[in-house]
Design a protein around this ligand. Structure first.
Ligand code: MG
Length: 356
């Protein structure tokens, strides 16, 4: 297969020139792989999450890091690392006024984060004083507001599901206080260069109770009250925090999936393909059941599914394309025009008989 791994060098180099940019924010097909590449690693098999009910928290997907399963706070501490005074009870944790934020002991960068929360019941207070907490990424820098916004008004960019002070949620999806609610968050950490200059801001996507409320928004900097604070450089991986805003907000079923670069591979050495006699190539040209073969200069061109592919020779009978994983093989040891060929795109093998 090595000879087929001859790909688009110039594209790779162009991307390398952009190497300082975090690829995750500009996701695009990896040029190291052909379209439909049969050698591309399979995605990992993950058992899905099970949904929660008001009575019972669901289960995390099989590849998640469970940060809180309702029983203990061993993975959490106060911001300074000392044990937290938040309490656990009946499958949830609850903020204790004045005890301070809690943070994970582990650090995380780009991730999918699931959090369930419930505002105090009966509701108490108004506006920012009613069921206020927050889910923070990047330690205590970037807040997704937790607030009892059920039939309760506050400034829009501080309501439930807002990126505090920057982006109101696209919808108010709040359930009544006391009912469990879900946040499903996709976080892309900011990137800084070696001098601390911002290369790419925080990106956040948030679903509240299954409804999209933040659609890949770009943060202007840390979330804060009264001001738009500028970014300060920090490591990509940081703890996740929950806010103590003085209200006994409850949390349960917190899990996280780290988002990485699962299918990177080394760029293989590149070959141009063999040069074959045009008389041999001409013998292959013709119409087959589902494929048409022509010769252009010193190469074959295959028309597959209405798309033309320039084919490169791996051997006198085997050909491959360099953009999509198209392979064509003619029978070996045939004198003159072969009466069939075998073709495939990414998988399998299909026989096509010559019709012309
Ligand atoms: Mg808050």
């Amino acid at each position: 297969m090595n000879s087929r791994k001859s790909l688009l060098t110039s594209t790779v180099l162009n991307l390398a020139a952009l190497g300082a940019l975090p690829w995750a924010c500009f996701a695009q097909p990896d040029p190291n792989w052909l379209d439909h590449d049969r050698n591309r690693p399979q995605p990992p098999v993950v058992a899905p999450a099970t949904p929660s009910t008001p009575e019972q928290a669901g289960k995390a997907p099989s590849d998640a890091t469970v940060l809180f399963d309702g029983k203990d706070l061993s993975q959490w501490s106060s911001l300074d690392g000392s044990p937290t005074k938040w309490i656990t009870r009946d499958g949830y944790m609850e903020c204790v006024k004045g005890s301070g934020y809690i943070r994970t002991r582990q650090n995380f960068g780009d991730c999918q984060l699931h959090v369930e929360w419930a505002a105090p019941v009966p509701a108490h207070g108004e506006g920012q004083g009613r069921g206020n907490s927050g889910v923070f990424l990047g330690l205590d820098r970037y807040e997704i507001q937790v607030l009892d916004s059920y039939e309760s008004k506050t400034y829009a960019d501080g309501s439930a599901g807002s990126i505090y002070g920057q982006y109101p949620p696209l919808a108010n999806v709040c359930r009544p206080p006391g009912q469990w609610q879900t946040y499903d968050i996709v976080y892309t950490a900011p990137r800084f260069d070696a001098d601390g200059k911002l290369l790419s801001p925080v990106h956040l996507t948030v679903f509240h109770n299954g409804v999209l409320i933040q659609n890949n928004v770009q943060l202007t900097g840390p979330t804060s009250w009264l001001e738009r604070a500028p970014y300060q450089p920090h490591p990509e991986k940081q703890p996740i925090s929950l806010q103590d805003h003085g209200n006994p907000v409850r949390f349960r079923n917190i899990w996280l999936r780290e988002l990485g670069q699962s299918d990177k591979k080394e760029v293989a050495s590149r070959t141009a393909g063999l040069t074959l006699p045009t008389s041999l190539l001409d013998s292959y040209a013709g119409k087959y059941d589902s494929v048409e073969i022509t010769r252009e200069g010193s190469q074959l061109v295959a028309l597959v599914g209405g798309v033309k592919f320039l084919m490169f020779a791996e051997s006198p009978t085997k050909f491959f394309a360099k953009t999509t994983d198209v392979q064509i093989e003619f029978p070996a040891g045939v004198q003159g025009k072969p009466d069939r060929l075998i073709w495939s795109v990414g998988e399998g093998a299909n026989e096509a008989k010559r019709t012309q």
